[in-house]
Design a protein around this ligand. Structure first.
Ligand code: FMN
Length: 193
């Protein structure tokens, strides 16, 4: 099995979402598993200067900036396709995803790679179903509440890619009762085999 771990918290030290993702990875990984790791803090590009309505520019028309953008996009798409299990650790930032995760989704959504259009204009996800674990942390926002735009958005994006098997592990409202919040998430992780 290939397990793909994506960390997104803007802090590397003292991050609860990263620590919970590590705990989950250690819980599920088998000796023979291959781990693909990506830290969205280390490398990210925002899509910009497009010349078409979608993410496509013919090679001859690509600037160096475009080339770098497609290079990272190709890498992210490849990693997604390769993986069997995906762990995404993500804090809620201003009621939604960290900007790096939004940028990741923009780069990963590639027509004929992660999704396609049918003749009638409907969309189909092209990633065969994978097992996804979302580790979601927050300060005061309750998960799946009216002000949580991260969980429904991320779930929808993954569904759009064809991924339906999604388990959410939440350490939400950590600013209210940190210990209780983390304990709840850890208990959920302990039950996963
Ligand atoms: C830029 C920024 C925006 C934040 N916005 C929210 C928010 O809208 N709702 C919330 O509950 N917590 C918010 N927080 C708190 C983080 O969600 C919380 O500290 C985070 O989940 C901790 O994750 P980490 O320990 O992995 O970094 C914000 C934190 C930062 C840095």
């Amino acid at each position: 099995m290939k397990i793909y771990q994506i960390d997104t918290s803007a802090r590397k030290e003292g991050s609860t979402s990263r620590a919970l993702a590590k705990k989950l990875l250690n819980k599920i990984k088998k000796k023979e598993d291959e781990i693909i790791y990506r830290d969205l803090n280390d490398e990210m590009i925002f899509i910009s200067n497009l010349t078409e309505s979608g993410m496509k520019i013919s090679v001859g028309e690509q600037t160096d900036q475009h080339k770098k953008m497609f290079e990272l996009s190709d890498k992210l798409v490849f990693e997604l396709k390769e993986s069997d299990i995906i762990i995404i650790s993500v804090p809620i930032y201003n009621f939604g995803p960290p900007a790096t995760l939004k940028a990741w989704a923009d780069l990963a959504a590639r027509v004929k790679e992660t999704f396609k259009y049918n003749e009638d204009g409907s969309r189909v996800g092209l990633l065969e179903d994978k097992l996804v674990y979302l580790i979601i942390t927050s300060g005061g926002t309750k998960i799946n509440s009216k002000e949580d735009f991260l969980t429904p958005w991320l779930t929808h994006v993954l569904n759009f890619f064809g991924i339906k098997n999604i388990t959410v592990i939440a350490a939400d409202q950590m600013a209210i009762d940190y210990k209780k919040s983390v304990k709840k998430a850890e208990e959920q992780i302990n039950k996963i085999s």
